[in-house]
Design a protein around this ligand. Structure first.
Ligand SMILES: C[S@@+](CC[C@H](N)C(=O)[O-])C[C@H]1O[C@@H](n2cnc3c(N)ncnc32)[C@H](O)[C@@H]1O
Length: 233
């Protein structure tokens, strides 16, 4: 069984796209079950940290079905979110949940001018991109000076007493649930593998700083398996 991690560059990106195309219809349900509904709270915190004022523009990058953009409208109805993704089927699945402005966009080549947004947020995108630094550079470019970046993603947990249980959950429970609910075991084998292959929370801080972000910090959630990072341009 191969996952996108068996490939590199544009072929890996194509595999990621095709994987999300396959799971698009069941994606939201699987998220709620896998995180026991906690993802809703994390999304709330992401948007709080984006500190939206009335009229502010927000880019929800790798928006998938658009949950973060919708949460932005819930918290700040006078904000102007754009939900952007490179998988059409994910955005199509999100269109059933209410109106939003959508854009087709590759995180490595954003189709937006410099300094276009007051905030850029992403949920579970960054571990999927083939070039993390370039994706951060692009987010920096499209932010206005003083604009906020907030990143929600899984992260490699530090070894602790719960490590064996976390490992079992990631490598057996999640792929099994994924297979049952979406019929796509591969996508939910990719989830723990891409988490383990991703940067540690402290390493992502260093990359954000290298892109130019200031006041970079993070908090971990769910026994250290999920992190929210933030910073300012
Ligand atoms: C795990 S889903 C997250 C969806 C949503 N943000 C959420 O919080 O549930 C990852 C999304 O990132 C998108 N994605 C991955 N690589 C991308 C890229 N290079 N450019 C744009 N979107 C990308 C995928 O199409 C997918 O919809």
């Amino acid at each position: 069984m191969s996952t996108p991690l068996d490939y590199s560059g544009s072929e890996r990106a194509r595999r990621v796209q095709s994987m999300f195309t396959q799971i698009a219809r069941r994606y939201d349900l699987m998220n709620r079950i896998m995180t026991a509904g906690q993802d809703v709270r994390w999304r709330r915190e992401v948007i709080q940290r984006a500190q939206l004022e009335p009229g502010d523009s927000l880019l929800d990058l790798g928006a998938g079905t658009g949950d973060l953009a919708r949460e932005a409208l819930r918290q700040q109805p006078a904000s102007r979110p754009i939900a952007a993704d490179f998988t059409l089927e994910m955005m199509r699945a999100g269109q059933n949940h209410g109106p939003l402005d959508w854009s087709a966009a590759d995180a490595l080549r954003l189709p937006f001018p410099d300094a276009a947004f007051n905030a850029v947020v992403s949920g579970f995108l960054m571990r999927n991109v083939t070039d993390v630094q370039r994706a951060l550079d692009e987010q920096y470019r499209v932010l206005k000076p003083g604009g906020r970046i907030v990143i929600l993603d899984t992260t490699r947990p530090r070894p602790n007493l719960l490590s064996p249980f976390i490992w079992l959950h990631l490598h057996f429970v999640i792929p099994l649930l994924g297979a049952l609910l979406t019929g796509q075991r591969e996508a939910y084998t990719y989830l723990p593998e891409s988490t383990e292959g991703f940067l540690r929370a402290e390493e992502l801080v260093a990359r954000m700083a290298a892109a130019g972000f200031k006041k970079v910090s993070f908090r971990v959630k769910m026994f250290g398996t999920v992190a929210i990072h933030w910073g300012v341009k």
